[in-house]
Design a protein around this ligand. Structure first.
Ligand SMILES: Cc1cc2nc3c(=O)[nH]c(=O)nc-3n(C[C@H](O)[C@H](O)[C@H](O)COP(=O)(O)OP(=O)(O)OC[C@H]3O[C@@H](n4cnc5c(N)ncnc54)[C@H](O)[C@@H]3O)c2cc1C
Length: 289
């Protein structure tokens, strides 16, 4: 690892300038729990690291009438320690409170989790099933992208050189909404998901039909996958095990896993079925409570 510049801009415009100046030889730094490890092991050969934590927008966590805005560098613990946020966005809290351990959660951000674009990232599926939008800024101005379109390959996102993630916005969930995230890991903690599934559903006013639903999958493709058919299959149905089983089958069809030392294709597809049923069951309980 050769010496590199450490830059700490205090505004979005300064951060864009700093990142654009070094192009693909600079990277943003949020909590540093991925990038420091990756830089040490030679994945990046950097001339500059741009610490974005001094940009006020990046560390703001704001809950308003319209929804939740999570600054891209807000550490996980601030998300799950906010009782109102935890009540409204339960699927997100499932993930924020299991990434690494307490020490990692005190540094690691959901923004860094998204920009790192690991197929097995735990934070991305919950953002997708909570209908998240990623807001970025770059030399050509600002733009918004649905979270499900943000990752394009393992470790790669839609961000262009000089562009960085500013915040992630989640709409305020309507009445009758519930969400959940679960992963399978061989150990109890500090492990990479063999499969992760996030689910959400919204019930009608009577609580006996599903109005909308989403299912998102981690670690079964090169990027997190929004399993459209699985979510759509629930719309108009009575929520319960029969509908959830069918959604699980459709989610398994959408999965494109590889076989590796942590699990083969069939094992991973079966995990998708099981975790889809389980997360939908938890989402339903939360929607009803
Ligand atoms: C011991 C340990 C356990 C872990 N356990 C888990 C786990 O259980 N689940 C899990 O999903 N991950 C886990 N991780 C990985 C990591 O902690 C998470 O991915 C974390 O959310 C990354 O956030 P960060 O703020 O530290 O990102 P950083 O390391 O600061 O950045 C990650 C990447 O995103 C880029 N980036 C950061 N912010 C921005 C921005 N605003 N705009 C553009 N690019 C940006 C960086 O350049 C870098 O490439 C673990 C890591 C460790 C070391």
């Amino acid at each position: 690892m050769h010496p590199f510049q450490y830059l700490a801009p205090t505004s979005v415009a300064e951060a864009v300038d700093a990142l654009a100046r070094y192009g693909d030889r600079a990277r943003a730094l949020a909590g540093g729990t991925d990038i420091l490890v990756q830089t040490r092991t030679g994945r990046f050969d950097l001339d500059a690291v741009v610490d974005v934590k001094r940009v006020p927008e990046l560390t703001a966590l704001t809950l308003g009438e319209d929804g939740l805005s999570i600054g891209a560098a807000v550490p996980c613990y601030r998300v799950y320690e906010d009782a109102e946020v935890a009540g409204l966005y339960p699927g997100l809290i499932d993930a924020a409170s299991l990434i690494g351990g307490i020490q990692i959660q005190s540094r690691a951000s959901l923004g860094g989790n998204l920009c790192n674009a690991s197929p097995s990232a735990d934070g991305i599926c919950p953002l997708i099933v909570h209908y998240g939008q990623a807001h970025s800024a770059g030399p050509d101005g600002r733009r918004s992208t649905p979270v499900e379109e943000f990752c394009v390959a393992p470790g790669r996102t839609i961000l262009e050189p000089g562009e960085f993630l500013v915040s992630i916005e989640l709409p305020r969930p309507p009445a009758g909404f519930g969400g959940a995230y679960q992963r399978f890991i061989p150990r109890n903690e500090m492990d990479i998901a063999v499969v992760g599934v996030g689910s959400s559903l919204t019930l009608n006013a009577a609580g006996d039909r599903v109005e909308s639903a989403r299912v998102a999958l981690a670690a079964v493709g090169p990027t997190p996958i929004l399993a459209h058919a699985a979510g759509d299959s629930l719309v108009g149905k009575t929520p319960g095990i029969d509908a959830f089983r069918e959604a699980g089958e459709l989610a398994a069809d959408a999965a494109r896993p590889i076989s590796d030392m942590r699990g083969d294709v069939n094992f991973r597809k079966e995990l998708v079925r099981v975790l889809t049923r389980r997360t939908l069951t938890t989402a339903l309980e939360r929607a009803q409570s």
